[in-house]
Write a protein that binds this ligand. Structure first.
Ligand SMILES: [Zn+2]
Ligand SMILES: [Zn+2]
Length: 303
């Protein structure tokens, strides 16, 4: 019974916690600072022997201050011992025949704004910055205020190293950067909150509806089981038919406490485990209703 009483409070507390959580998430929505992120498709073309290889993939993101434009050109590395283009004197080994070129620069050493400006001043039509070593394919929209006239895209370190390796081998790599899709982090936050809210509400309603019919059902089935156990226990109690000379017939010592009548020969008596006896017709309905001996209260299910 204690379990039964505890269960509704458990389910209501779980449901109310879920509701509180989803309301909290929804209230947190205006605080989320997610901005729209634009992905960049990089169409990379290069020649390997006699074959021209072309790769298209959504492998970059536009910087927060980059124009969202299509730009193309041959990919060019900074000259010198490092690839970060932080030195304002950095030159780019641009092929003579290339009209349009994009700088491939490594992240780090100075701000994004700084290195983008260095490339822009040398005439780059766009800048591709690859992430730090060890960051795999991780990318994020860069912040580079003050460079709003040149397309700037970030790509993952692995992709950057792949391109760097090709160019260092002398391969002529051209890239077309195209505007991909928009991603809105706050939108996924909103969808998640809404989803949580809906799940919490549905769970709450489900438990609320499902609980009520189950309460009487479970108590009814337990009552039925109890009745069956009592019936079985009664059936196992001893029965006797009284005959002349039995000491149970002594009207001074014995009478049935249910009907207050004395016992007579041929009466059928039921003997309970406590050794008290009664007319079978009197005690069986009593036991079915009370389970206990009317004289000593012994429980027929416990003995
Ligand atoms: Zn009786
Ligand atoms: Zn008894």
């Amino acid at each position: 019974m204690s379990l039964l009483r505890a269960s509704p409070s458990i389910y209501s507390s779980v449901s109310s916690r879920l509701l509180k959580l989803s309301i909290f998430l929804l209230l947190g929505l205006p605080d989320s600072k997610g901005k729209a992120i634009w992905t960049a498709h990089l169409n990379i073309t290069f020649q390997m022997g006699d074959r021209i290889i072309s790769k298209l993939g959504e492998s970059g993101v536009f910087g927060n201050h980059s124009p969202l434009e299509r730009v193309s050109g041959v990919l060019v590395l900074p000259e010198g011992w490092n690839q970060n283009a932080c030195n304002p004197m950095t030159n780019f080994s641009r092929p003579e025949q290339a009209d349009s070129w994009l700088a491939l620069i490594e992240r780090g050493g100075c701000t994004f704004t700084h290195k983008i400006n260095v490339a822009a001043e040398k005439g780059a039509n766009g800048v591709i910055i690859y992430n730090y070593p060890g960051t795999g394919n991780k990318i994020f929209p860069m912040s580079h205020q003050g460079t709003e006239n040149i397309v700037a895209v970030m790509i993952g370190n692995l992709k950057g190293m792949e391109l760097l390796y090709l160019i260092q081998k002398g391969v002529y790599v051209t890239i077309i950067i195209e505007v991909g899709r928009i991603h809105m982090p706050w939108m996924s936050h909103y969808v998640m909150s809404l989803f949580t809210f809906l799940v919490a509400t549905i769970t709450y309603l489900f438990l609320y509806c499902a609980w009520r019919p189950r309460m009487p059902n479970s108590s009814m089935s337990r009552r039925r089981q109890m009745k069956a156990d009592v019936k079985k226990a009664i059936g196992q109690l001893e029965l006797r038919v009284l005959k002349e000379g039995d000491r149970e017939l002594d009207p001074i010592e014995n009478n049935c406490v249910v009907c207050f009548d004395t016992y007579k020969p041929q009466d059928v008596i039921r003997i309970i485990t406590c050794k008290h006896f009664f007319h079978q017709a009197c005690i069986d309905p009593w036991l079915l209703a009370h389970r206990t001996c009317p004289m000593c209260k012994c429980d027929i299910l416990r003995t």
